[in-house]
Design a protein around this ligand. Structure first.
Ligand code: NOJ
Length: 560
């Protein structure tokens, strides 16, 4: 028997940009409530909400100032409960983001913590004395480029530094301190008791810090050197002891509350994944990883796809459970990265939908991908919000870089590409708000929007809808065997999915050129029936044609 999350398609909602019901320019929970029917129509089984708790919004909610609240910009707790109930009534589960590595500096705990060294909340955070010369405790750099770039901020009130891997306004929590852990577990139970179905754990691999806070060495694969402060992803990732923390969380909360967990797998790969998601580990149900897609992966080659899928299927065979995703709120748009904008936008978006929904594990779909939203490019830095983009721009320009060129370099990687408001229709501001949107709407909305896309039976939304239905009807998809074919072809992705009852054959042309292909004879001899065509206008059918049109994708079924 599969668990619900092994059968459901997860849909990620970035509430701020989803739908604004009250005209303040910010997406909100009543807006989600209003749009639930369209998600039901799409066929998703679960919503993952990025953080909607009270927050000063330094990092759009990943800086939580009260873990048990709903930010008034999004509505009230009652609004949340209404969404929860309505979603449940439709058979849609709800997963909440939990940001447990850091809080906002405006959280009560931190406001207390910084008051004095003997404050009861002092040890909720990570404080260290300065070095003898008054400088930072070590050379760690923070991910968000702010000030001089250090991951430590001096606090004059007590003469010590606190650690912040991200913004100076996002101090790291101290997982070595049992009262903090206890407080977090109670908070997680609070949401589980309310009826939420699961948690997405933000950068869970970074909760444990290396003992003694040693300097990091400058290595070739180190991300960035900022004034001698080094951003070394490895420093606080997967530090020994991390498994004990996650296991304890499982024992205290995830197990007893029977909630689903999906971790943001920074630093998780197919080698170390079983340590976190192996059943016997009692840690997490699954993770999403960055071996194939993500902010630092602007291209996806057929050979990468094959390699990563094979490696993760091995994880699945060992009892772990994998996920699939091509984009999220931290990346650029998947069609712009891995498909094609312009002439083949619809074809390539449908091809990505085929790959997402016919590979093993649980698919995670980010809002807007089901209508093929694309990247945006603004002329002014003031139009950007992403802390990476704004911080990097300022620092590069300060060092003398040309502003226009800098923006041109940073724009394609900006997380704002994924965060522009949802394009509902062709009315002003894409129908997202009657007010002024918090982030400029992508000007392409008259052309790319849900209303228009849904009217096209061969559009992207209808493609996702059909593929989600196919996925639900064919249990071979979540966990059947995956075998690749035509592995020498740099453009073609071809695989079969197989269990005792049925086989699926998936063909996809990852290029804007026609791609002739010769399938192995044993495959051709089978009796394949076309289940889905990414480009129905091109005909389709396996025997009639051995050439895939540009960005064409097809799914066949065989029950012989
Ligand atoms: C990962 C989240 O997905 C991202 O949006 C955020 O900026 C960082 N974690 C810090 O919380």
């Amino acid at each position: 028997m599969k668990k619900w999350w092994q059968e459901a398609v997860l849909y990620e909602i970035y509430c701020k940009s989803f739908f604004d019901s009250n005209g303040d320019g910010i997406g909100d929970l009543p807006g989600v409530l209003e749009k639930l029917p369209v998600l039901k129509e799409l066929g998703i089984g679960c919503i993952w909400f990025t953080p909607i708790y009270c927050s000063p919004q330094v990092d759009n909610g990943y800086d939580v100032s009260d873990y048990r609240s709903i930010d008034p910009a999004y509505g009230t707790m009652d609004d949340f409960k209404r969404v929860l109930d309505a979603a449940h009534a439709m058979g849609i589960r709800i997963v909440m983001d939990q940001v447990l590595n850091h809080s906002s500096d405006e959280h009560f705990w931190f406001r207390e913590s910084r008051k004095s060294k003997d404050n009861p909340y002092r040890n909720y955070y990570i404080w260290q004395p300065p070095k003898a010369d008054g400088s930072e405790p070590n050379n760690w750099g923070s991910y968000f480029r702010e000030g001089r770039g250090s991951a430590w901020e001096f606090d004059a009130a007590t003469g010590e530094y606190y650690l912040h891997q991200y913004s100076v306004k996002m101090p790291d929590l101290n997982w070595e301190y049992p009262p903090l852990r206890k407080e977090i577990y109670e908070m997680l139970r609070f949401w589980a008791d309310m009826g939420v179905d699961g948690f997405r754990l933000d950068i869970f691999t970074r909760l444990k810090k290396p003992e003694g806070f040693p300097d990091t060495q400058k290595q070739p694969d180190v991300l960035l050197d900022r004034n001698g402060f080094i951003v070394d992803k490895k420093m606080c990732t997967n530090v020994p002891g991390i498994h004990e923390i996650i296991h304890e969380m499982h024992k205290e909360v995830f197990g007893p509350c029977d909630v689903f967990t999906v971790g943001e797998g920074a630093g998780v790969n197919s080698e170390n994944a079983p340590g976190f998601i192996g059943k016997e580990r009692e840690e997490l149900d699954t993770v999403y990883h960055f071996e194939l897609a993500g902010r630092s992966k602007p291209v996806m080659r057929a050979e990468d796809f094959r390699r990563v899928q094979k490696a993760w299927y091995e994880v699945q065979k060992k009892g772990g459970w994998e996920t699939q995703h091509f984009s999220n709120h931290d990346s650029a748009r998947q069609v712009s990265n891995y498909g094609a904008e312009g002439k083949y936008r619809i074809a390539s978006a449908r091809l990505l939908a085929v790959l997402l929904l016919t590979t093993p594990g649980t698919p995670i779909l980010y809002q807007g991908e089901e209508i093929g939203m694309v990247n945006v490019s603004y002329d002014h830095i003031e139009d950007y919000n992403d802390r990476y983009t704004v911080g990097d721009y300022r620092s590069m320009v300060e060092k003398g870089a040309d502003p226009k060129e800098t923006l041109a370099v940073l724009a394609p990687k900006s997380r704002d590409n994924a965060r522009t408001p949802y394009q509902w229709d062709a009315s002003p501001n894409a129908g997202f708000t009657k007010g002024t949107p918090w982030l400029r709407v992508n000007p392409c909305y008259p052309e790319i929007n849900l209303k228009k896309d849904m009217e096209d039976p061969s559009g992207i939304f209808r493609g996702y809808q059909e593929l989600i239905r196919i996925r639900a009807e064919h249990p071979v998809i979540p966990d059947g065997e995956i075998v690749f074919h035509l592995e020498d072809d740099p453009r073609i992705i071809a695989y079969t999915r197989k269990n005792e009852a049925e086989s699926l054959l998936v063909l996809a042309n990852l290029s804007g050129e026609e791609a002739p292909l010769q399938l192995p004879r044993e495959l051709c001899e089978k009796n394949w029936k076309l289940l889905f065509s990414g480009r129905p206008e091109c005909g389709g059918g396996l025997n009639a044609k051995h050439t895939l049109a540009p960005w064409e994708s097809e799914v066949f079924l065989c029950t012989d």
